[in-house]
Design a binder for this molecule. Structure first.
Ligand SMILES: Cc1cc2nc3c(=O)[nH]c(=O)nc-3n(C[C@H](O)[C@H](O)[C@H](O)COP(=O)(O)OP(=O)(O)OC[C@H]3O[C@@H](n4cnc5c(N)ncnc54)[C@H](O)[C@@H]3O)c2cc1C
Length: 203
């Protein structure tokens, strides 16, 4: 029965498909092409994360029941891979930044052994990166691999959502000793990518 319903919806264009599964095609408000059918979450295959499904659900409820048409905003959605060490990113990758920028893109990186490992002598590198639009000084992307990456990147995501510039990162006072303070003390450019050039990595 479920298969028959899926085939019927597919034929009416409500359901699209990727190689492995079917998903609902929706507009910016999460509405399918049948006005009374709405879909949010993984079934729409936009960004498949729990907080994104929540955002889509609250926008849907504001739009339909609250009288305030609301679209989910997919800019600067942070995410993490909870491996060891954890990895977390927000905003554009170097490749996306170079593709979209009108001018140069400046990359700042840092690689260090967190201070808390000094006594134990544990070798556990943390790496961080900031991607900055040279023309506007806006921070376009950030990434980190190392302990507490998800915790730290959640804060960076708030700053980026507020449109923070590199100068504002630099004028923020760090918390010492922490790994996070490295994000506000990256003073030296690692590399500068001219508009239209190839990025060094796609991360
Ligand atoms: C292994 C794994 C790890 C993940 N880790 C993270 C993470 O760390 N952080 C993060 O943000 N996201 C993570 N995700 C993604 C996250 O789980 C999903 O994005 C999120 O659950 C989407 O919510 P949803 O409500 O759209 O779908 P779901 O949570 O999948 O809910 C859909 C529900 O519909 C039910 N259902 C399905 N078909 C029918 C039917 N025919 N009739 C009635 N009920 C039905 C299902 O049983 C399910 O309960 C992970 C996903 C996986 C698979």
């Amino acid at each position: 029965m479920a298969l028959l319903v899926s085939i019927a919806l597919f034929c009416r264009g409500i359901i699209g498909h990727s190689i492995l599964y079917l998903f609902y095609q929706v507009d910016e408000y999460s509405r399918t092409n049948i006005p009374s059918i709405w879909a949010v979450g993984d079934v729409t295959n936009r960004i498949n994360l729990t907080p994104v499904a929540l955002m889509e659900g609250s926008c849907f409820s504001k739009t339909v029941f609250g009288g305030q048409p609301s679209k989910p905003d997919y800019r600067d959605v942070p995410c993490a891979v909870f491996c060891i060490p954890p990895l977390s990113v927000v905003g554009l990758t170097e490749e996306q930044a170079v593709e979209g920028a009108k001018g140069d893109v400046v990359i700042f990186t840092s690689s260090f052994n967190p201070m808390k490992n000094t006594i134990s002598g544990r070798q556990e590198k943390t790496i961080m990166k900031l991607i900055v639009d040279a023309e506007t000084d806006k921070v376009l992307g950030a990434s980190m691999c190392g302990p507490d990456a998800a915790e730290i990147m959640q804060g960076i995501a708030i700053a980026m959502k507020c449109g923070a510039t590199k100068a504002q990162f630099d004028s923020t006072v760090g918390i010492h000793p922490s790994a996070a303070e490295e994000f506000v003390t990256m003073r030296t450019e690692t590399r500068r990518i001219a508009a239209g050039s190839k990025p060094k990595t796609n991360l």
